[in-house]
Design a protein around this ligand. Structure first.
Ligand SMILES: [Zn+2]
Length: 508
């Protein structure tokens, strides 16, 4: 039986209890990146909060299947189908082909996506893989009378819907109806201002690199259609949760609903999860203000990507978050303090201490069968010293926090509470490990990798030097000296072994 879970459903403009279609199972769709440029840290914030949502659902007993698209065609510089194709602009900017651009930025995206501790979606589908599906949906929408051909393009006719602005309140709807996108150039082929392109033909861009045959001429799909099709391809006619940034609410998600529900003839997705912007002091993060601040750039500057994750988790996903290096530096300090606390807990438990020391030494000596973090985690999970009552009490509180509109800052407060709690080290560590299923801060892994608790650097230099001297002696067939060096090391508590990968050493 899954834990009760609530979050803010944009469609209902309220925090709502989440009830999936199938008990305990969640089908989730998340809009992926447009791979024409780097994803800045604000984009990555959205993916961190989605990752926290997925892991929180899993923590509460749900089984989540997640699908994400990669937009490698059809996204114009304005979301209202005007301006330049983003992929084409990227290719021109960098004197590469569109496919080269897509490949390069997809890889760059996932490097940063992974680095902040996110779990990859179960299905990742580039839009260019699904052209027949797009054409089929557009054909059906034309047959059903929800679409029309004009000026070479196929448009969705928003006037056919009773309620197009599904995400807006009555007042917002009035305002939107009056001033829809007055700031953008008007496409004269559209019947209604809010109509959007389902399929572009070559008439739009002479030099469009990616184009396919279609019943309406050679062309390419609109941006919105890809999410509807890719979601249905992998998750069927219904999805439980659709995620994105607040930027996506209008027009992208509004249009996704319009075309999906017109195509299907029934409701498509009940719950919409949107995370807010990351701002810097100059305002909203964007790619147009010079150099793009990415997770990789933070890493080059010496910041651990998980510190950035920690920074994001400390604030609520529905609030705008302001980024500054000052705040990030404070987060580094807080993160390192947590690692130190975890390290002290490990050191206070005899079994774990021995195991972690062996883990560090094996790593330092590159032992073939190194004791790894997984073995230490295994020992933490199986420790007989854990007070199961205390553990359950904290785990329940943690589940309450993350299931209450994804209150990640409360979840982190609970982590601090655990570290301060009046219970033994084994219980605390078991809880740090348990909470990490959602937080993914890898505090235990960092505690085990922390150099400050490593072997004395002087001893390390000495060991390396002794191993070299012994190798030289052996090469010169001076076995007496080689043996003497081995004994000398042994006297200092260092055991060496000759392996196929070279000489390995361990402290005994
Ligand atoms: Zn989308």
């Amino acid at each position: 039986m899954a834990h009760k879970f609530s979050f803010y459903n944009t469609l209902k403009r309220d925090v709502e209890e989440f009830i999936p279609r199938e008990d305990g199972k969640v089908s989730m769709y998340t809009c992926g990146p447009t791979v024409y440029h780097f994803a800045h840290i604000g984009n990555i914030r959205t993916y961190i909060m989605q990752d926290a949502l997925i892991k929180a659902l899993e923590y509460c007993g749900y089984d989540v299947k997640r699908v994400m698209n990669i937009t490698d065609v059809g996204h114009l510089s304005s979301d209202a189908d005007t301006g330049e194709d983003k992929m084409l602009a990227g290719a021109k900017r960098e004197h590469k082909t569109v496919m080269e651009i897509a490949d390069f930025y997809t890889k760059a995206f996932f490097k940063d996506f992974d680095a902040v501790g996110n779990k990859r979606p179960d299905v990742i589908e580039p839009a260019t893989n699904c052209i027949p599906e797009f054409i089929h949906m557009v054909e059906t929408l034309l047959e059903k009378g929800y679409a029309y051909v004009a000026g070479g393009n196929v448009y969705f006719d928003t006037s056919k819907l009773e309620d197009y602005y599904v995400f807006s309140s009555a007042i917002e709807k009035e305002q939107l109806a009056v001033g829809v996108r007055d700031d953008v150039e008007e496409d004269t082929a559209k019947k209604n201002k809010t109509d959007f392109v389902l399929w572009f033909t070559k008439s739009k861009f002479e030099d469009q690199a990616l184009k396919w045959d279609s019943p309406w001429g050679v062309g390419y799909p609109g941006w919105h259609i890809e999410c509807s099709c890719i979601s249905m391809k992998h998750l069927g006619e219904f999805i439980d949760i659709h995620c994105g940034g607040v930027d996506n609410i209008f027009p992208h998600h509004t249009n996704e609903i319009a075309q999906s529900e017109s195509y299907l003839g029934h409701e498509w997705c009940k719950y919409w999860f949107h995370s807010n912007h990351l701002n810097d002091r100059a305002g909203k993060m964007s790619k147009s203000k010079g150099a793009v601040l990415t997770v990789s750039v933070l890493q080059e500057k010496g910041y651990d990507p998980l510190v950035y994750r920690f920074f994001c988790l400390q604030s609520h996903y529905r609030k705008p978050l302001e980024f500054s290096f000052e705040v990030l530096d404070n987060t580094v300090t807080a993160y390192n303090n947590l690692v130190k606390k975890v390290e002290a807990l490990i050191a206070s438990d005899e079994t774990l201490k021995a195991l972690s020391e062996k883990c560090k030494q094996d790593k330092a000596s590159e032992a073939a069968e190194a004791t790894d973090v997984a073995q230490v985690l295994e020992a933490i999970r199986n420790s007989a010293d854990v007070d199961q009552n205390v553990k359950k009490e904290f785990e329940d509180k943690f589940a309450d926090a993350v299931s209450n509109d994804l209150n990640t800052s409360m979840a982190i407060t609970l982590l601090y509470d655990v570290l301060k709690a009046d219970t033994n080290a084994a219980t605390k560590l078991a809880l740090v490990d348990s909470f990490d299923k959602v937080l993914s801060l890898d505090l235990i892994g960092h505690a085990l990798a922390d150099d400050s608790a490593d072997i004395d650097p002087e001893l390390e230099v000495y060991i390396k030097d002794a191993i070299e001297r012994r190798a030289a002696a052996k090469k010169a067939k001076d076995f007496a000296t080689a043996d003497a060096i081995r004994d000398e090391l042994l006297a200092k508590g260092v055991e060496i072994k000759d392996t196929r990968e070279g000489v390995k050493w361990t402290l005994i």
